[in-house]
Design a binder for this molecule. Structure first.
Ligand code: ATP
Length: 225
């Protein structure tokens, strides 16, 4: 007798750089939803923001360092192998091809990214390919843009177990420990030469320093005459 495989989670992002605000909630989702794994998928070219200052390969390397040693965490380079802007609908399609039609797939997004979902390319197809897991702080349920609200309402899964019963199509609001850390804040601190210790894993920090990533901008030499 064959049983339904455990769901695979996908957390896409720029990861510029990856930090504990990504890692801790992802670990909670892995455990709470009994996922087989969480794939961290750094984008090659972000579709919704300006091009990062460090290369996609460097951001992927930071993701590799951050996820190494945590069972169930996987760094996935598929968006770097695809030309052009990175669209989640293409990423889910390629994963769906690998996993087959019956395996549950969960697209994991933060509450902020979720509120913008209706601006993503072919966003209404995302739930044909995967469930949607929205990571939000306990008790939070801010009003959604009307188009998104109408789309989501009939798909909400009140029980986590429902995600195991079908391969895609449900939306699960999952309470997690929200850490008020952003990559923007980390880049700003590094640009000012300030410490980012305890905001991201030590291995990521060491690599950022070794490779001189996100360095403070060098002041122009003072003219002497
Ligand atoms: P930036 O500050 O550069 O916009 P970011 O820190 O928000 O970056 P992203 O790579 O854009 O990081 O985020 C990837 C995914 O992780 C998105 O779904 C986002 O909503 C989610 N996420 C980012 N930071 C947090 C956080 N502190 N808590 C929960 N989810 C988060």
């Amino acid at each position: 007798m064959s049983s339904t495989p455990r769901p695979v989670g996908v957390l896409g992002g720029t990861f510029d750089p990856i930090h504990y605000g990504h890692l801790r909630p992802a670990l909670e989702v892995l455990e709470l939803l009994a996922l087989a794994e969480v794939r961290f998928v750094p984008c090659r070219i972000p579709a919704h923001r300006e091009t990062p200052s460090v290369t996609a390969e460097q951001r992927l390397e930071l993701v590799r360092l951050a996820t190494a040693g945590q069972p169930g965490f996987v760094a996935d380079d598929r968006e770097l192998r695809r030309p052009g802007p990175s669209y989640m609908v293409d990423t889910l399609s390629s994963l769906r091809q690998e996993l087959g039609d019956g395996a549950p797939l969960c697209l994991i997004v933060g509450g902020d990214a979720f509120r913008e979902l209706h601006t993503w390319r072919r966003w209404q197809e995302l739930t044909d390919l995967a469930h949607l897991v929205v990571m939000q702080r306990p008790g939070a349920s801010p009003a959604l843009p009307p188009a998104l609200e109408a789309f989501v309402a009939p798909r909400v899964a009140r029980e986590a177990a429902a995600l195991l019963q079908q391969p895609a199509g449900l939306v699960r609001f999952q309470a997690i420990t929200q850490l008020a850390i952003s990559a923007t804040q980390i880049r700003q601190l590094l640009a000012r030469g300030q410490s980012v210790r305890y905001l991201l894993p030590e291995a990521v920090l060491a690599h950022i320093h070794d490779r001189a990533l996100y360095r403070p901008s060098v002041a122009p030499p003072v003219a002497t005459s």
